[in-house]
Design a protein around this ligand. Structure first.
Ligand SMILES: Cc1cc2nc3c(=O)[nH]c(=O)nc-3n(C[C@H](O)[C@H](O)[C@H](O)COP(=O)(O)OP(=O)(O)OC[C@H]3O[C@@H](n4cnc5c(N)ncnc54)[C@H](O)[C@@H]3O)c2cc1C
Length: 475
């Protein structure tokens, strides 16, 4: 016996579970299927983000930040600690508790919104006049039918060719979030967001961390001035960063992992580490989906092919999040999920890719929205730039965290904000103001004229907006 729904969502990561809830709010009868299983064999909705991504990484970043503060910065406040200890098992246990709270929160939200949740792996079984048939494997073991289906199956870590993850020595994000004891030496291949965040966690806990990056530029997608500042700060913190390398081989044995590579000058080098995190990007996940059963088209890189509105080539079938083109970010997946649910309901869902914020949760954090200076130059757009350092911000001084700056880029003629780039304390929170401003097509002067609380880090945003017009008040 099959069960009929208006909408079946495959995947309960941020793209899928948010789409399911929004569709239910709009009056649809919704099912959401997710395969993720926790250690006890039960469901663990929330996808990569909740289980092995955004949430656990931020839990460990917070723990390691607390440890670093206690070890290196409490003394400045006159707080002495004679016996600072670290219990990695407890730290990992806390992280697992935070993950579980989020899993349970999603199950509660499904109940609250009357979304039917099915735990198991979904695959397409066919399509006829009644709708698209979706088979759900064990433990649910059901067939679901709906006129509308959203594929939100996410992504998996990309392995180096011929070097599979064993999650003991060669680690993806999953293993990197569960290392049972601080490794003496840790290697990271890939200086992207995930590599830097994971490297930061273990460096702060005492690992000697070396990051190897194939590209010649550090954080190439970030505004160059901010990326340079980040490189300087991370190097000073003790993170070893080698750019422009070519990995030749990776060998693991009882003693550890040896990476042979050519450095930027083409000279042969080896790196011997206890553990190696490989963070060289992620691949779309359509494993076991049986896309062929309904003729669902994938692009040449394996992503589900979609148009600007997330429609696939199969009528009634949509796809959102990491499994489609665009930035692999949880909030991008959520926005697409909401927009698709609204489109199915006949509304005009919309995602503005120009105002999707990016954050790297290192210390200091890096956050930005809009275009970088190098992008504006390449596009030949006339712009004005203004920066303000946290060193000149009273709240940052009181916090004891004066690294970094806020940078505004505005159109030379109209003053419209084109990009905002922050490196510094709480950049992830500060960027929200600039996202709102850009969404409303504000000018730099609008931010400069708005009253900001004193003393607050947000005053650095106002001052950077003033700097566009060369009239900072505190610098
Ligand atoms: C270490 C790390 C840190 C990150 N930190 C951040 C961050 O701070 N901020 C941010 O915005 N992004 C972050 N990301 C990226 C973010 O996790 C992803 O962009 C986001 O999870 C994508 O959401 P999604 O819904 O598309 O897919 P996913 O979250 O991957 O969820 C897909 C779900 O579908 C399920 N599934 C797959 N196939 C099937 C099937 N056939 N049947 C049933 N279920 C299936 C999976 O089990 C999974 O639960 C991070 C990623 C990693 C790895």
């Amino acid at each position: 016996m099959s069960k009929q729904f208006d909408l079946v969502v495959i995947g309960a990561g941020p793209g899928g579970y948010i789409a399911a809830i929004r569709a239910a709010q709009l009056g649809m009868k919704v099912a959401c299927v997710d395969a993720w299983t926790n250690g006890a064999g039960g469901p663990a909705p929330g996808g990569t983000c909740t289980n092995v991504g955004c949430i656990p990484s931020k839990a460990l970043l917070q723990s390691s930040e607390n440890y670093e503060q206690a070890g290196h910065h409490f003394a400045e406040h006159g707080i002495g600690l004679s016996n600072l200890t670290m219990d990695v098992a407890k730290m990992l246990g806390r992280k697992d508790t935070v993950v579980k709270q989020n899993n349970d929160g999603i199950l509660y939200l499904f109940k609250k919104n009357k979304v039917s949740f099915f735990h198991g792996r979904a695959s397409f079984a066919g399509r006829d006049a009644a709708g698209v048939q979706v088979s759900v494997g064990a433990p649910a073991g059901e067939t679901l039918v709906a006129a509308q289906v959203i594929v939100a199956t996410g992504s998996n870590a990309r392995a180096l060719p011929g070097v599979p993850f064993d999650e003991k020595q060669i680690l993806s994000n999953e293993g990197a979030l569960a290392i049972p004891a601080v490794p003496k030496k840790l290697g990271v291949i890939g200086a992207g967001v995930i590599g830097l965040e994971m490297g930061s966690v273990w460096r702060r806990l005492g690992s000697q961390v070396t990051v190897l990056e194939a590209l010649p530029a550090f954080l190439g997608a970030v505004d160059e001035q901010i990326a340079k500042e980040a490189h300087k700060i991370f190097t000073k913190q003790g993170l070893g960063i080698s750019l422009g390398v070519k990995i030749e081989s990776v060998k693991a044995d009882k003693k550890g992992v040896t990476v042979s590579y050519l450095d930027a000058k083409g000279e042969a080098q080896t790196l011997a580490v206890d553990k190696l995190i490989v963070s060289i990007g992620r691949v779309p996940n359509t494993d076991g989906l049986n896309a062929e059963a309904i003729g669902l088209k994938l692009d040449e890189r394996g992503f589900v092919a979609v148009d600007d509105d997330c429609r696939t080539n199969v009528p009634g079938v949509w796809a959102v999040g990491d499994v489609v083109r665009g930035p692999m970010l949880a909030h991008k997946a959520e926005e697409e999920g909401v927009a698709v649910a609204e489109r199915i309901a006949g509304q005009h869902g919309h995602v503005n890719f120009n105002t999707v914020p990016w954050v790297i949760y290192t210390s200091p954090e890096i956050a930005w929205v809009g275009q970088t200076e190098q992008q504006l130059k390449a596009a030949g757009r006339a712009y004005k730039a203004g920066t303000f350092p946290f060193m000149a911000n009273g709240r940052a001084r009181a916090l004891g965290d004066t690294t970094g700056m806020v940078k505004f880029l505005a159109d030379a003629a109209t003053d419209e904000i084109l990009g905002v780039h922050i490196i510094g304390p709480y950049a992830s929170e500060l960027i929200a103001e600039s996202v709102v401003a850009m969404e409303f097509k504000a000018a730099a002067e609008d931010i400069a004229r708005i009253c900001h609380a004193h003393p607050s880090l947000s005053e650095a945003t106002k001052e950077a907006a003033l700097a566009v017009d060369k009239r900072t008040l505190n610098f």
